[in-house]
Design a binder for this molecule. Structure first.
Ligand code: FES
Length: 257
């Protein structure tokens, strides 16, 4: 049997008690979505390569062993875990929900508490998941209360406002700029706690090769990248208008007035 033939085989598994058969190589996340099961994601996008970095999509997985027993895997991220025969997936156990809440609280621990004034309020994925999972900003003096990032806001151009204090490092802006638009304007800079996303040499966006296509803004799950109105700021429903388009990443700036 060739590798290509093996890849064409279907794999049967169970997700939340529902049986499904999908082609080998399918991720657990994609299989779950075929069943209409909702798994939260921040760094995943079906059109981009996936780093499996945010860990919000973790699930419980048991796989059969050679001896006929089931072996538990340690909360793997479903977006980068391929299905395997006989796999049993649980997407909403108490352990899974607690793990996702902890991931969210770790992100909120280094996030500005300005949701009332944020352009992305009401359309922020981080806010929506925090609401869904009951995650909150850490209380002063608690285990997760600590240092916060204090980056200057890049307001150097008329189109996009860049506030890296609100970035969760999902990297979708980096990947869409490189993989879809072929521009490579944004990339990671620094390491550890200081890690951020910026144009080369941390130039302001207005001094970079950015063509302001808006693809990065469209995929940003938080208020780190937002579009601007002529008045200087704007919530998505203030700025965007619906247009007929065949491509979600068309790069022609059709989201702009
Ligand atoms: Fe799976 Fe981020 S969505 S790790």
């Amino acid at each position: 049997q060739t590798k290509d033939q093996a890849n064409l085989e279907n794999v049967a598994l169970t997700i939340d008690g529902q049986s499904i058969s999908v082609p080998a190589g399918t991720t657990v996340l994609a299989a779950a979505r075929q069943l209409g099961i909702d798994i939260p994601t921040l760094c995943h996008d079906p059109e981009l390569t996936n780093p499996g970095s945010c860990r919000l999509c973790v699930v419980e997985i048991e796989v059969p062993t050679a001896g006929g027993m089931m072996k538990m895997r340690n909360l793997p991220p479903s977006c980068v875990t391929a299905v395997s025969p006989g796999m049993v997936v649980r997407t909403r156990t108490e352990t899974v929900v607690q793990a996702r809440r902890t991931v969210l609280e770790l992100l909120l621990a280094n996030h500005p508490k300005d949701c009332l004034r944020c352009e992305r309020a009401g359309s922020c994925r981080l806010q929506a998941y925090a609401y869904e999972y009951g995650a909150d900003f850490p209380v002063a003096g608690s285990a997760l209360d600590g240092e916060r990032r204090r980056d200057p806001v890049d307001d150097s151009n008329p189109f996009i406002r860049r506030d890296m204090n609100k970035c969760v490092l999902c990297g979708k802006c980096v990947r869409v700029c490189a993989e879809i638009q072929g521009r490579h304007v944004l990339d990671y800079a620094h390491r550890g706690f200081a890690t951020t996303v910026a144009p080369a040499f941390e130039k302001p966006l207005g001094d970079s090769d950015c063509v302001f296509c808006g693809s990065c803004v469209a995929l940003c799950p938080t208020g780190a990248l937002t579009e601007k109105t002529k008045a200087g700021k704007g919530r998505p429903w203030d700025v965007r208008r619906k247009v007929r388009t065949t491509c979600p990443y068309c790069g022609t700036g059709c989201n702009f007035d």
